[in-house]
Design a protein around this ligand. Structure first.
Ligand code: SAH
Length: 407
């Protein structure tokens, strides 16, 4: 598509800085005028107030993010070759990543961090799950999927839609039928010596919390001989690592029966099944409950653990929810701290992007004050390396964790 034929978006005076700094999102408030009549989903040229060309992107007037910026190189056209290049670069980054050599499950596309807004793709042992969340990516899906086939030669591709986000883009996911029949499908992935069954079509996220990969290993380092309470366990990622590290006992708590069923299968798969336990000793149990209730009941019963893991779902989806989320994190962590034996470990996480690391630490401080415990942060954790943080898009940093000693 020749760039000159695209419609032009002119920015208000003083609103060009984020674009020059290559932030990939442009909000409608910064736009002075739109020259031409671009339809949502079409490529537009972004100019500053003095008509200097700045960037090229795709407009969507139904979205709060009016323009998804794609390139800052005037010679780079947005065509099939563009998408293929971006996908190939994303896959090359993972292939070059030394931290991913011992696993066959990795995120190969992490949205804007890979220059590909509105799309994530996870590779689970050659079963690739693609999830679309923006019009810009949906319109390019044939090129994106073809590029993934070329770069990864997957056994299968499964398509998912983030219906909530797509609604905010003025798109009904129902209009898009999966390009590959997404009947129920599962596979087994490997992380080092450990194996996990992944539900590719009905699981949470795209099936597995790849972003916690490095953190599972970090937390396991404290689990030898330990009694471990693994809350919001999902399919037992932290539990299996803890068991493999020699934990005496692990209790998984989650509200989802499906997640706990898979957690049970994962225990068996790794030799920690009830009554099997081969030559290993860890006892893993699975409790279906609301974690907030479960923690209170345990506290009243005077239970204590060497290691408590708190890995709740996202409490804040946007800035207006920060305050309420902060209260929920504080309450959760206060009760969690009460259950840690003096000198034991609390591994606590937040995947709410709008709660940044500094605020999260303040919340943990408040929780410690209220719990009357002395807390030492011994490790700061973040998201795994296949979820890279693009410096020009700091919003791509969303997961943070603290490993704390609690006295
Ligand atoms: N720690 C997991 C990921 C956790 S995702 C891992 O490493 O794989 C969050 C989990 O919390 C989901 O499995 C969800 O079912 C569960 N969940 C959400 N709200 C809950 C609640 N109030 N009580 C118990 N579980 C909850």
């Amino acid at each position: 598509m020749p760039p000159m034929s695209n419609a032009k978006v002119v920015l208000k005076s003083g609103r060009d800085k984020p674009v020059r700094q290559r932030h990939p999102r442009l909000f409608s408030g910064g736009i002075k005028a739109i020259v031409g009549r671009p339809k949502s989903g079409e490529v537009v040229e972004v100019h500053d107030n003095r008509d200097e060309w700045l960037a090229r992107g795709v407009i969507n007037e139904a979205s709060q993010i009016a323009i998804r910026l794609l390139t800052w190189d005037q010679d780079e056209a947005i065509d099939a070759a563009f998408w293929a290049r971006r996908v190939a670069q994303a896959v090359a980054r993972r292939n070059a990543d030394p931290l991913l050599r011992t696993t066959n499950a990795r995120r190969i596309i992490f949205g804007e961090s890979d220059g590909l807004p509105g799309v994530i793709a996870d590779d689970y042992a050659s079963h690739i799950v693609i999830e679309y969340s923006a019009l810009v990516a949906l319109n390019a899906r044939e090129a994106i999927e073809a590029a993934i086939r070329t770069s990864c030669a997957p056994a299968q591709i499964h398509i998912r839609y983030d219906e909530e986000r797509l609604k905010g883009e003025g798109v009904s996911a129902k209009l898009y039928s999966p390009s590959v029949a997404s009947e129920a499908a599962a596979t087994v992935i490997r992380e080092g010596d450990l194996q996990f069954r992944v539900d590719l079509t009905r699981g949470q996220k795209t099936g597995f919390y790849l972003d916690q990969r490095q953190n599972r290993q970090r937390v396991a380092a404290y689990c030898a001989g330990a009694r471990v309470l693994n809350t919001f366990s999902y399919t037992g990622g932290f539990a299996i690592y803890a068991a493999a590290a020699g934990a005496a006992e692990v209790i998984n708590v989650d509200s989802s029966a499906d997640a706990l069923r898979l957690a049970g299968e994962n225990a068996v798969l790794n030799g920690f099944g009830a009554g099997i336990n081969e030559n290993r000793q860890t006892l893993i149990t699975h409790i279906q409950a609301n974690v907030f209730d479960d923690l209170r009941v345990r506290r009243e019963a005077g239970e204590a653990f060497d290691v408590v893991v708190l890995d709740p779902p996202k409490f804040a989806h946007n800035p207006s929810q920060i305050e309420r989320a902060a209260r929920a994190y504080k309450d959760l962590n206060r009760v969690g701290m009460h259950l840690v034996k003096p000198g034991g470990v609390l591994a606590t996480f937040s995947c709410s992007g709008v709660v940044d690391a500094a605020l999260f630490q303040k919340i943990i401080f408040s929780a410690a004050m209220e719990a009357g415990r002395e807390v030492h942060i011994v490790e700061h954790l973040s998201q795994a390396s296949d979820h890279p943080v693009l410096l020009t898009f700091p919003e791509s940093e969303y997961l943070k964790g603290l490993i704390c000693r609690v006295y």
